[in-house]
Each structure stands twice: as C-alpha cells, then as structure tokens.
Design a protein around this ligand. Structure first.
Ligand SMILES: Nc1nc2c(c(=O)[nH]1)N[C@H]1C(S)=C(S)[C@@H](COP(=O)(O)O)O[C@H]1N2
Ligand SMILES: [Mo]
Length: 240
C-alpha cells in the first residue's frame, strides 16, 4: 500500500488561514509565485466557510495505492467519445468560477508551480477493463481552495475541450486523491489521455475522469445535464 508522495511542502490548515497578503501568496506557491499569478489569484482575505473548509482540510480516508512494479503501462485504453482536441498549451487557461469569491484563470505554468502529488491507482472503465496507472498532478482541493469557494458549494462541473462534460459531488472532488493530472507513469501526460490537464481519482469510475479539462464551475445545484454518459443512462455518483 502506497501513500501520496508530496515533493513540495504543503500548507497546514493554520498556515492557510493565516495567509493575508501578496507575500503570503508566494508562500502558497512554494516560493515560486510570479507577480502575474498574484494578480490573478488576489489575496486570501476571507476565511473559507465551514463546510467546504472542512472538506478541504479533512484528511479523508485514503484509497490504498499500488507499488511502482504493479503499474500496467499498456493497459490504459484510450477511450474518447470524439476525436482528440487540438490545444495550444501556451494559450491554455484553466477557469475556476461559479460560487467562489476569487474566480481563477490560470496557465499550465502556474498550475505546475503548485505542489506536485503522485499516486498509483486503478482506473476502472465500465466497458470492462481496468489499468493500474501512476498519475502526477495537483490536488483539485488545492486549486479549489485558491478560488475561495462559498458556503453553499455542493457540486463541481467540469467542461472539456472536446465537448465532454461531467459533474461531481463536492466531497469526492475535494478528496485528497482527486488530482488534476499532467503526468502519466512518470512522463508528461500524452495528448490522447487528456493533456494538458485531466481528472484522475481512485474514488470514481473512468467516465467521471474528464480529459482536457478547461473549466471547473462550483455550484449549489445539479443541472439537468449531469454528464455526457449520465445523460444517456449511466449512474451519476459512479463511486468505486
Ligand atoms: N473529455 C473526455 N474525457 C473523458 C472521456 C471522453 O470521451 N472525453 N472518456 C472517459 C472514459 S469513458 C474513460 S474510461 C476515460 C479513459 O481515459 P483514457 O482515454 O486516458 O484511457 O476517460 C474519460 N474521460
Ligand atoms: Mo470508460
């Protein structure tokens, strides 16, 4: 059983709540903050609301991980409902909006300045295959915390560059092993697997793990459009 590997220092709850200005923001970025990023994220001026704050800092039960030698490099089958979209990484932005005090619009360089987490988990597709994969990326909870979610947030919506869409319950989205991944099996994420940024999590089935994510909207209600496969009859929660 493995644990999440943290290669850069992570904030404690106390440190996070004490952040109050630009100099503190660079602490949040592990000392790599650029003025541009500080302008984008602003400052953490308001404490997070109770409920979401609890989810962000709650250790939550970790799903046991696999060891390096158990990785199955050939087993992850590319499964895309349409063609692979063409994305210019230099122009790429990830948008975080909705019920947040501090909407974000950030580049891959900025995302890669955040702490890198690596995990080896099993990806399970309902079509009858599975693969043990190592993913590297940023915890989704880390980015959500920067956006300062409001008290009523219950769902996260994910939009993808190929027209795919998904919605998750907020607790699963803020699970410590839910990542926005940009590495697969130790190398840059291949385009067909969702580069520059995809979801990866051991708590949800394969179809919840959106590739080519461009926008994350935090909401307090579930739309009638729940997800590309869900809207054709697949289960919404899709936990593992
Ligand atoms: N944007 C987008 N994300 C997606 C899909 C897709 O078609 N488009 N397919 C889903 C399904 S059903 C699975 S099993 C996994 C497959 O990931 P992979 O292609 O990297 O193996 O991606 C999921 N995420
Ligand atoms: Mo799937």
């Amino acid at each position: 059983m493995g644990l999440i590997h943290i290669r850069r220092p992570r904030l404690t709850r106390r440190q996070f709540l004490h952040l109050s200005g630009i100099s503190s923001m660079s602490l949040l970025l592990g000392g790599c903050g650029t003025p541009v990023f500080e302008d984008l994220v602003g400052t953490v001026s308001q404490p997070l609301n109770q409920k979401v704050e609890k989810l962000i800092f709650n250790p939550q039960k970790l799903v046991p991980e696999f060891s390096k030698r158990e990785i199955q490099p050939e087993a992850l089958i590319v499964n895309s409902f349409r063609n692979t979209p063409i994305i210019d990484v230099e122009k790429y932005r990830l948008i975080i909006d909705g019920e947040v005090n501090n909407p974000l619009n950030i580049s891959m360089a900025e995302i890669q300045n955040l702490p890198l987490t690596s995990m080896i988990i099993r990806h399970v597709c309902v079509e009858g295959w599975a693969a043990i994969v190592q993913w590297g990326g940023v915890q989704l909870r880390e980015i959500v915390a920067l956006a300062q979610p409001k008290a009523n947030v219950q769902y996260a919506y994910f939009k993808s560059a190929d027209g795919y869409y998904e919605s998750w319950d907020i607790a699963s989205a803020l699970h410590p092993q839910t990542l926005l991944a940009y590495e697969k099996n130790g190398v840059s994420l291949p385009i067909e697997n969702g580069a520059p940024l995809r979801l990866a999590s051991p708590v949800k089935l394969g179809y919840k793990q959106s590739k080519w994510v461009t926008q994350i909207t935090l909401t307090n209600s579930l739309s009638i459009f729940k997800g590309y496969w869900e809207d054709q009859g697949y289960e919404w929660f899709a936990g593992i």
